[in-house]
Ligand binder design. Structure first.
Ligand code: AMP
Ligand code: ZN
Ligand code: FE
Ligand code: FE
Length: 283
């Protein structure tokens, strides 16, 4: 049965496969349309589009921007945006620069814990300007300090662990406006991440909608059936678009497959038209 997947990472950020390889996996998974949503960078989109043309898969330009709302880190996806827009790319470059300010501080902490790692090694392994903690996790795996990315996060990199260093993140309203300025549609990623600050997810989504949010990622690899149903109900009640995707990263999330997530994900191709229509209304 055909499906779509609107949340995929490649080697242009912290995924472990290049866009062409992600597209090949998508073809095997009967994915008819997909979005490349690398963190803070759009450079993987042309390769994805070229391979998409060869394989007959529609490629939606996308991006994922990490934000901090005062209580929790939440991620905003941008879809159907003008990914070549210089203002957008300048803004994304500033986010990548903040990664390069934080990452060496993480390395210092790992070294203080006795691990022999350098930021040059991380950058060489990453091979992209959008360098994230999963790259550091992969270096720790290569050097046999840990046996999985999960172990790297659990022991060192996750919030509250010895090598955790926060980075400067934009407010969600800012990321939403950047996406809208580039004629895209902004969508709240994996709503399970949103910590309750008292007004519930409905209150949060209402505020984000006032800031220009267009949709919510209802279908996601790790959502339970109950969560999916409650997000769907919220999206309907607040008149937000429904999207979905696997958040495939390859090696750093080895249990997640393109198109299938943990096996039971299926994002209906019918969700694509409303998203494209919302973007068309913006341009
Ligand atoms: P960064 O953007 O550099 O702060 O890294 C955050 C990214 O690390 C997230 O977007 C996830 O893709 C990934 N991540 C967070 N927690 C974990 C974990 N426990 N295992 C693997 N990847 C994770
Ligand atoms: Zn990621
Ligand atoms: Fe995310
Ligand atoms: Fe993601």
């Amino acid at each position: 049965m055909s499906r779509i997947d609107l949340h995929l990472h490649t080697t242009h950020s912290d995924g472990s496969l290049p866009p062409s390889e992600v597209l090949k996996l998508a073809a095997k998974a009967s994915v008819t349309a997909l979005a490349i949503t690398d963190h803070d960078i759009t450079s993987g989109i042309p390769e994805a589009m070229a391979t998409g043309r060869e394989l007959g898969i529609e490629v939606i330009p996308g991006v994922e921007i990490s934000c901090f709302d005062g209580t929790s880190e939440l991620h905003i996806l941008g879809y159907c945006l003008d990914w070549q827009d210089s203002v957008l790319n300048g803004r994304l470059a500033s986010l990548r620069a903040s990664r390069h300010r934080r990452n060496p501080l993480i390395i210092e902490r790992l070294r203080a814990a006795g691990l022999d790692v350098t930021y040059d090694e991380v950058r060489a392994l990453a091979g992209t300007e959008s360098v994230g903690r999963p790259h550091i996790a992969r270096l720790l795996m290569q050097k046999k300090y840990v046996s999985s990315a999960k172990e790297a996060f659990d022991r060192y990199l996750a919030e509250g662990k010895p090598a955790y260093v926060p980075r400067d993140l934009p407010a969600p309203a800012e990321a939403i406006s950047w996406i809208r300025d580039a004629k895209g549609v902004a969508v709240l990623a994996h709503p399970t991440w949103v910590k309750d600050s008292g007004d519930g997810l409905g209150g949060r989504l209402t505020a984000l909608k006032e800031a220009g949010l267009g949709g919510v990622e209802v279908h996601y690899s790790t959502h339970s059936k109950t969560q999916t149903a409650s997000y769907l109900e919220l999206a309907k009640r607040l008149d937000l678009l429904v999207t979905g995707g696997s958040d495939f990263h390859g090696l750093t999330k080895p249990d997640i497959e393109v198109g299938y997530g943990r096996g039971d994900l299926r994002v209906n191709p019918r969700l694509l038209e409303p998203l494209k229509a919302a973007a068309a209304a913006r341009s």
